[in-house]
Ligand binder design. Sequence first.
Ligand SMILES: NC(=O)c1ccc[n+]([C@@H]2O[C@H](COP(=O)([O-])OP(=O)(O)OC[C@H]3O[C@@H](n4cnc5c(N)ncnc54)[C@H](OP(=O)(O)O)[C@@H]3O)[C@@H](O)[C@H]2O)c1
Length: 277
Amino acid sequence: MENVALVTGCSSGIGLETAVALAREGHFTFATMRNLKKAETLEKIVKDENLPISILELDVDNKESMDNAIEKIMEQKGRIDTLVNNAGWGMWGTVEDVSIDEFKEQFETNFFSIVRMIQKIAPIMRKQKSGSIVNVSSVAGRIGFPVSPAYISSKFALEGLSECLRFELSPFGINVITIEPGVIKTNFFDSMKMAKKSDSNSVYNDITSKVISGVKMMAEMGTEPKEVANAILKSINDKNPLPRYIVGNDAMMFLEAKKMKTDIEFENYIKKELYGE
Ligand SMILES: NC(=O)c1ccc[n+]([C@@H]2O[C@H](COP(=O)([O-])OP(=O)(O)OC[C@H]3O[C@@H](n4cnc5c(N)ncnc54)[C@H](OP(=O)(O)O)[C@@H]3O)[C@@H](O)[C@H]2O)c1
């Protein structure tokens, strides 16, 4: 039987590479994005390689858009075997500088949209008695550092959600997998929003600029998004998938350090690595 996949956030980066990798392996892939005007790069690859990809509109912040996309997929294929919750973005700004509305906006895309997708698609997978739900988290879902608490908290929340969900869905034959990339070379850092209060008048101006330039330097040496796509493919092909797949040497290094060091040693290590203190 044909495997059907749904990937969110396929206009660029990890989502685009994942849709292409899944389709190259023969999965019929619904590559979704909120703005179809950004489909040109993917359309060209689909045409050049004659890939089994259908591009659909899906803004994960919009319930109606989500319902419409899932309805179209069910009408066309009648099943969903793989769901990759990839769409996401980040926000700079310290806890004091990010307003509650900005925290909510960040959580809406990076966390609540994923809960909504799962609540719509888990019943379909339960009926099939099979499926894989892949949540694209981040090394920032396991490590805190200053100046992006909204983003980091949303990914920590996603890690918690995924851990709970594995227990709940495994009796129905559904695998839940978390992907933890380090710094990946995509549009992500250029698309990051800045909290409104995070301007030159902020008392956190100094640490904000230090962290942003530290992360941007790391981004220049980042891992290619293809590697994340390959990890996602491996995770769904594994007979007994692991709870989490780490991608990138930087992510490995940070998570290994977290395991080996005491909490205080780890804090000092992060300060040194990230902004040289
Ligand atoms: N790059 C990294 O270093 C890194 C590291 C760890 C984890 N991640 C995670 O990887 C995922 C993909 O990011 P990326 O690195 O590939 O960055 P990217 O190239 O900026 O891609 C982000 C994708 O998410 C989409 N998106 C954002 N809000 C959306 C919404 N409301 N509805 C539908 N799509 C939406 C974007 O669409 P538009 O083009 O319309 O904005 C874009 O397609 C994110 O969840 C991110 O947190 C990235």
